[in-house]
Ligand binder design. Structure first.
Ligand code: AMP
Length: 476
């Protein structure tokens, strides 16, 4: 089915062509016509299925059908709420691309950075606001936003927002929106909680559901290298001699560990960036940009910082530290093999991590293939690469026990795992979809992390009872 048959505006079709999309993805083919009819829509789709375009393209089309009249003050017509600032930044990136031929102003709002550019963007009456709930609520409380003429509300990754404890904030935001609006809700699953959310926020919604995205745990090639802990850096460096490892996401359990891995790899000539909560917002955005653009080959990340990473083409995910929590494993390996691409997940497992590995294997009901690296000296004594002593943070982390005891839920941060705020130029705010057209150009950039109120909100602990990520993926 071509995009042309979906009823999208010509400017949007032209932007889609520029983006190189040849045909709609299944969620787009299902959701776009439903949104264009004006119904509320529940879209059941995961990140990586093209869901951002599924809601953005028809909304943009509808905006063009009812343009502002000459002399009419610009005001916010669309509000997109998403759980993390990474996701907000990614949605904005997509919206900017799809709206490139439209004279729209777009603002993004999230915590962890200065408020002023975001306040200015809201006060300027951005057509589209993309926001994390906590900071949005703060700025609404300061009367910076006027949503009195809002027409479209999108709740993206609603299940994750519930997991992260954002429901009360979302409720308070939605209470202040016009009742007459079109509300689109996207979620990876249609759980009971999501259903009750749709009853609360939507009116006779249409459900569009595509087949579950293939379960990464089944489609991604997975291997385990068992080895002594002190050889992990050497093995990583050894494996990276293979050019097939083109775009590699390495997971470290700790921020210090991530820095150490990157430092050591840089010493061996491998270009690296790090993504963790101690990096400023601008540093994190730059790291992601450099990784996406291929300027660095390896991105070393912690679990929290990597949530919501939406980067196509990651060839390998390497679990430098094996995750304590099954969900983290699935999230991690799901970063590769996106959109039917081939992906490899490699895990380094030392003796103290064997319990975690066995727990995962029991959980997925099968063993993961063990591999031995060729021409690698498994008997080597600690080499200079691996010798740097661990700092207290790392020792502390290693003592943490997993599942049932100290398990973190997606989005729940540890004390001290909070990003520093950045006062640089990229602090959310407004950007311009169209180049030219009399409007000033993008005034700011931005990016994300689990979003924060007043510069770094702590998302609330997830409710004790919730279905596992694995369960949601597999329907078990
Ligand atoms: P999303 O699920 O919105 O995060 O999108 C995942 C990726 O798919 C993004 O990199 C999009 O640019 C890309 N994408 C979205 N729609 C299409 C399409 N129709 N054809 C090819 N790629 C697409």
């Amino acid at each position: 089915m071509p995009f042309q048959s979906l009823g999208l505006a010509p400017q949007i079709l032209s932007a889609i062509q520029d983006a190189g999309y040849t045909e709609p993805t299944p969620i787009q083919a299902a959701a776009i016509p439903a949104v264009l009819t004006g119904s509320d829509v529940i879209g059941i789709a995961q990140t990586g299925t093209g869901k951002t375009a599924a809601f953005t393209l028809p909304i943009l089309t509808k905006l063009t059908e009812k343009p502002l009249q000459p002399g009419q003050r610009s005001h916010t017509r669309v509000l997109v709420i998403a759980p993390t600032r990474e996701l907000v930044a990614q949605i904005e990136e997509n919206v900017l691309a799809y709206a490139k031929h439209l004279p729209l102003k777009i603002a993004k709002v999230y915590g962890g950075v200065g408020e002023k550019p975001q306040k200015d963007a809201l006060r300027a009456g951005s057509d589209i606001v993309i926001a994390c709930p906590g900071r949005l609520l703060d700025l609404m409380g300061q009367r910076c936003a006027d949503f009195s003429k809002l027409e479209y509300l999108v709740l993206d990754e609603a299940d994750r927002m519930l997991d992260m404890g954002f429901l009360p904030d979302i409720r308070r935001v939605v209470q202040q929106l016009p009742r007459k609006r079109q509300t689109l809700l996207f979620s990876a699953t249609l759980s009971k909680e999501i259903e009750s959310l749709t009853h609360e926020f939507q009116h006779s919604p249409k459900i569009v559901q595509i087949g579950k995205r293939s379960n990464p745990a089944e489609t991604v090639t997975q291997h385990i290298y068992e080895l002594p802990k002190h050889l992990k850096l050497s093995l990583l460096s050894h494996l990276l001699k293979d050019d097939a490892l083109q775009m590699v996401l390495v997971f470290s359990r700790t921020k210090h560990g991530a820095d150490k891995i990157a430092r050591k790899l840089e010493q061996t000539g491998v270009r690296c960036a790090t993504l963790h909560a101690n990096r400023s917002q601008n540093q994190r955005l730059k790291a992601l940009d450099d990784f996406k653009a291929g300027r660095v080959r390896v991105l070393v990340a912690t679990d929290i910082a990597a949530r919501g990473i939406d980067v196509d083409g990651i060839s390998h995910v390497i679990n430098f530290d094996f995750p304590h929590v099954v969900e983290d494993y699935v999230h991690r390996i799901g970063r590769t093999g996106r959109a039917q691409a081939i992906g490899d997940a490699i895990s380094f497992v030392s003796s103290d991590e064997m319990d975690d590995l066995r727990r995962l294997e029991r959980f997925i009901g099968r063993g993961i293939t063990r591999k031995r690296a060729e021409n690698f000296d498994y008997k080597a004594s600690p080499q200079s690469l691996d010798q740097e002593p661990d700092r207290p943070e790392r020792r502390h982390q290693q003592q943490r026990r997993p599942q049932n005891q100290q398990q973190r839920h997606p989005g729940q941060r540890r004390h001290g795992d909070r990003p520093k705020s950045s006062q640089g130029p990229n602090q959310g705010g407004q950007s311009q979809a169209r180049s030219g057209g009399g409007h000033s150009q993008s005034r700011s950039g931005g990016g994300g992390q689990p979003q924060g109120r007043s510069g770094g909100e702590q998302p609330k602990a997830a409710p004790a009872k919730r279905k596992s990520f694995w369960g949601r993926l597999t329907g078990r």
